[in-house]
Ligand binder design. Structure first.
Ligand SMILES: [Mn+2]
Length: 319
């Protein structure tokens, strides 16, 4: 494979505009928010590296997905805007504004941002950046959250910005409005605030029951919880997948989605809501034999972005 290891071997453009592309890839090599084993700072590089597997798309030609009888990403131009600089040892008070400002800068161009994590703590500053672009009087985005974990801990030993807390932070700061979660299955204690989240209206779809539901009657009912056509951010923690499928992650949990289950839900969300950006977090390459977590991450990004742009072309499109 020739060329630099950008995402899909796309052009590297440091300060892109809509003239350069429709989709901007941005890496956040940050894992200061991890509570256990670190390493997700190496996620963006690993995701870009394995993405070369799909770099055979000539120019902006479509991918044909024969399984879904779907042409994906036709004339969708992807560029790679590189990584956000993370100063070593800097606290979240320093790094989070850097993350939020860079995302806001990219969103103001009108491009669709795809953020490669990094640990899940980055979703909070990303949503702060999204809301800054939207303006104070505009309601916050709907947040669709794929994860094995609720990420609704208030704090861990007085630390409020770890990868266990991005959803509660975003919710309490009102940079996430409606919140729908898929894939949750970790063991919980009081700290997880399961009841608090429920009381505040967070819709949590526990993993095994919805797997059964999808087998028996498809994903339609599950997607009805997504408010149609409203501006939506998708945050996809790779640990929502079965660790047998995607082992390379910081806090793997037994059980979890197959690739097909995650793809059905993810594409369904992108076909129903107006998704304005996404992040894919928690890929941890040193725990990733076969580069499987990174590999699934890339394919799911392609599936999601493909659905987003298909919806823009055909607003009534559905899988
Ligand atoms: Mn998680």
């Amino acid at each position: 494979m020739a060329g630099l290891a950008t995402f899909l071997r796309s052009p590297y453009v440091a300060q892109p505009t809509l003239v350069d592309g429709d989709v901007a890839i941005i890496g956040v090599p940050y894992d200061e928010g991890t509570t256990g084993r670190a390493g997700t700072r190496e996620g963006p590089a690993a995701i870009r590296s394995i993405s070369g597997q799909w770099a055979y798309r000539e120019g902006n030609e479509a991918f044909w997905d024969g399984e879904a009888e779907l042409s994906m990403l036709a004339n969708v131009r992807i560029i790679d805007a590189g990584d956000i600089y993370i100063p070593p040892t800097a606290p979240p008070e320093v790094t989070f504004p850097l993350i939020g400002s860079r995302l806001a800068e990219l969103m103001r161009t009108g491009m669709f941002p795809v953020v490669l994590g990094g640990d899940h703590s980055i979703t909070y500053p990303l949503l702060l950046g999204v809301q800054r672009v939207r303006g104070e009087r505009v309601p916050p985005v709907q947040l669709v959250h794929f994860d094995a974990h609720m990420d609704y801990w208030n704090d861990i030993g007085g630390e409020f910005f770890t990868h266990a807390s991005p959803i509660i932070r975003a919710h309490e700061d009102e940079v996430a409005g409606r919140i729908v979660q898929y894939g949750i299955r970790s063991l919980h204690t009081e700290s997880d605030n399961v009841e608090l989240a429920r009381g505040r209206g967070v819709i949590t779809h526990w993993c095994e029951p919805i797997q059964r539901q999808m087998r028996e009657m498809g994903a339609g009912r599950l997607l009805e919880d997504i408010e149609p056509d409203v501006d939506t951010w998708v945050t996809f923690d790779i640990d929502c997948l079965d660790p047998a499928v995607a082992p390379g992650t910081g806090v793997p949990e037994p059980g979890g989605f197959s690739y097909y289950e995650a793809r059905t839900l993810l594409r369904g969300v992108c076909a129903r809501a107006n998704v304005i950006g996404m992040d894919l977090v928690e890929v941890s390459p040193r725990f990733d034999p076969g580069e499987l977590a990174a590999l699934h991450g890339v394919r799911l990004i392609l599936d999601a972005v493909g659905a987003v742009f298909e919806k823009r072309r055909h607003p009534d499109f559905f899988f």
